[in-house]
Write a protein that binds this ligand. Structure first.
Ligand code: AMP
Length: 263
C-alpha cells in the first residue's frame, strides 16, 4: 500500500494513474477507522483499479469550541486497517491549507437545517475539503456514508451545481451490536454514557415501527421520548424525507443518527 503525505505528489500520481486509464475511487475519512469506514472501501473495491483512502482531520469543519485537537488520531492502527481492507493508497496530508487560504465552497440550502444551526461553518468546511480532495485525487467515484446523511446531501448538491465529474456513492449506515451508529466519536463515551447513547437508536427504531402514524407524528414522539431522557440533550429530530434524522449530546459527545421511515 502506497502512503502519500504531499498534496502535490498525490496530484501528480493521480494524473499518472488517469493517463494509464485507471479508474480511481476515493474514500474520504478523518481516520480513527471503524467497521463503518471499512464498509465504504468494500462498496467501491471491486469496481475501481485504484482505491485511495484519505485520512485528514479537516480543521475548517470544526467550530472553535469543538473537538478538533482531541479528535483521535491512531495513525499506525489506521494504516494497518486500510492495508488489510485492500486500500491501494492512503493519502494522509499533514496540512491542506496555506496560512492565507481564502477560498471556500458554500452550499446554501441543504446545509441550513439539521446540523446547520448547531455547527455554523461545518458544511462549508466539508464542501471545501471534499472539493480539494477531488482535485488532488482525481477520482471518478467517491463514497460517503449515510451515517452523515446531511453531508451526503450537501456533497451531492455541490457536485451537481458545480458540474464536478465525480460519481457519488452513498453507502448504508453501519451500527454496533447494540444498535448505536458506529462513529469515531463513540470512543469518547464512558460505559455509563454509552448506555445513555443507546436511547438515540432506540427512539428512532420505535419511530420506524410506528408504521400507521404519519412521519410528522412519529417525529414528534421520537422528540418527546428523547427529551424525557436524563443525561441526554436533544439538538434536533427532523424529518427529511424519507429519513428521520437526529442529533443529541451525551456529556461532551455529540452523536448523530438517522433511519429511513417506511412511507
Ligand atoms: P469520518 O471519518 O467520520 O469523517 O467518516 C468518513 C466517512 O465514513 C463518511 O463518509 C462517513 O459518513 C462514513 N461513516 C462514518 N460512520 C459510518 C457508519 N457508521 N456507517 C457508514 N458510514 C460511516
Amino acid at each position: 500500500m502506497q502512503i502519500i503525505t504531499s498534496p502535490s505528489e498525490m496530484q501528480r500520481e493521480a494524473i499518472r494513474w488517469r493517463g494509464k486509464g485507471k479508474k480511481i475511487a476515493l474514500v474520504p475519512t478523518m481516520g480513527a477507522l471503524h467497521v463503518g469506514h471499512l464498509s465504504l472501501i468494500k462498496r467501491v473495491r471491486a469496481s475501481a483499479d485504484v482505491v485511495v483512502m484519505s485520512i485528514y482531520v479537516n480543521p475548517t469543519q470544526f467550530g472553535p469550541k469543538e473537538d478538533f485537537s482531541r479528535y483521535p488520531r491512531p495513525r499506525a492502527r489506521d494504516l494497518q486497517l486500510a492495508r488489510d481492507a485492500g486500500v491501494d493508497c492512503v493519502f494522509a496530508p499533514r496540512e491542506l491549507y496555506r496560512e492565507d487560504h481564502s477560498t471556500f465552497v458554500e452550499e446554501t440550502e441543504l446545509s441550513q437545517g439539521r446540523c446547520g444551526p448547531f455547527r455554523p461553518g461545518h458544511f462549508r468546511g466539508v464542501a471545501t475539503v471534499v472539493l480539494k480532495l477531488f482535485n488532488l485525487v482525481q477520482p471518478q467515484v467517491a463514497v460517503f456514508g449515510q451515517k452523515d446523511a446531511q453531508q451526503c446531501d450537501v456533497i451531492e448538491r455541490m457536485v451537481r451545481d458545480l458540474n464536478v465529474p465525480v460519481k457519488i456513492v452513498r453507502a448504508p449506515l453501519l451500527r454496533d451490536k447494540n444498535g448505536l451508529a458506529l462513529s469515531s466519536r463513540n470512543a469518547y463515551l464512558s460505559p455509563e454514557e454509552y448506555q445513555v447513547a443507546l436511547e438515540l437508536p432506540k427512539a428512532l427504531k420505535r419511530a420506524v415501527d410506528r408504521k400507521k402514524l404519519s412521519p410528522k407524528v412519529r417525529r414528534q414522539l421520537a422528540w418527546n421520548e428523547l427529551q424525557e431522557k436524563k443525561d441526554l440533550k436533544v439538538e434536533y429530530v427532523e424529518f427529511c424525507p424519507p429519513f428521520l434524522c437526529a442529533a443529541v449530546r451525551v456529556g461532551k459527545t455529540r452523536l448523530i443518527d438517522n433511519v429511513r421511515l417506511g412511507q
